[in-house]
Write a protein that binds this ligand. Structure first.
Ligand SMILES: [Zn+2]
Length: 288
């Protein structure tokens, strides 16, 4: 590790002594039933135990940035190879810990790279609890293992657009492109259980005059319905669910019949207001 202004001990409001004056953060990469753990060197706090790579945040440093920086300092993992999926947050009052959940494309070879790490290993999720775990990680693990998923948002463009009075009826393609850009601009979402903060892939289903808007400059996957928009949304949700048990597909629509059909194929559902509050909080109920 290189010295940072967050290095130091604090006592939280629960009376524990913790490392990290501005809190701490760690990275938990996941691939196909395995998580990457750090075997902590004897000389560290909790020496000889297993936990997530990570460490103290610097003043004002985002927990994701801190987790990636610390992991890069402590291991040979190339952070650009993992995809961020969400955060789990623990607040002790005066100290907090964020675990950043990510997925890896394979069981990448990772070696320790600093004196703090004795080893690195991909551990089967079912065997994690059998390891001698770093105490804070042991406490967090039951929640963390629920969050080893890939969240995907599927947005019913016509329905979400229709739920805000911003003049969309005058220019459906323009309003759809605006929705797409707002979706693209926001990466972190609250209210997607079990994550405290989810970083989902985003899919926008468009139809009619909005059919040809494309992805623009965003990372949003835009799916065009050539015929019925509802059928396309169900088909899209079903194919995402079919990718495997680690995928969490959340469809955003207020349409009751469509919600029923999406739940029937294994997706979860939520309403437009939730989404609008995340991507454009000030625009809700303020036309113009
Ligand atoms: Zn504490």
């Amino acid at each position: 590790m290189t010295w940072g202004d967050g290095d130091g001990f604090v006592t939280c409001e629960l009376g524990h002594k913790h490392w990290g004056r501005y809190g701490a953060a760690g990275l938990l990469p996941y691939h196909d039933g395995y998580v990457l753990l750090q075997h902590r060197a004897k000389v560290t706090i909790g020496g000889g135990t297993w936990g997530a790579f990570g460490g103290a945040r610097r003043r004002g440093e985002d927990p994701v940035a801190a987790a990636l920086r610390e992991t890069a300092e402590e291991s040979t993992l190339d952070a650009s190879e993992v995809t961020l999926r969400g955060l789990m947050h623990e607040d002790h009052g005066g100290w907090s810990y964020d675990t950043v959940i990510a997925t890896a494309p394979a069981l990448l070879e990772v070696r320790p790279a600093s004196w703090e790490s004795k080893g690195a290993a991909w551990v089967p999720v079912d065997e994690v609890a059998e390891h001698n775990l770093f105490e804070p990680f042991a406490k967090a693990w039951p929640r963390l293992r629920q969050a080893l998923r890939r969240p995907v948002l599927v947005v019913d463009g016509a329905n979400v657009m229709g739920s805000r009075a911003d003049g969309w009826w005058r220019d459906r393609a323009g309003a759809s492109a605006r929705l797409r850009d707002q979706l693209g601009a926001v990466d972190r979402y609250t209210g997607i259980a079990p994550f405290d903060v989810a970083i989902p892939e985003k899919v926008l289903v468009v139809e009619g005059k909005a059919r040809n808007i494309g992805p623009g400059d965003t990372d949003v996957r835009v799916v065009s319905a050539e015929a019925d928009g509802d059928d396309k949304i169900v088909e899209t949700a079903a194919s995402i669910v079919a990718e495997g048990p680690d995928v969490l597909c959340l469809v955003v629509t207020a349409d009751r019949e469509l919600r029923r059909r999406c739940v029937a194929v294994g997706a979860e559902v939520t309403g437009p207001r939730w989404l609008l509050n995340q991507i454009a909080p000030k625009a809700v109920d303020t036309p113009g």
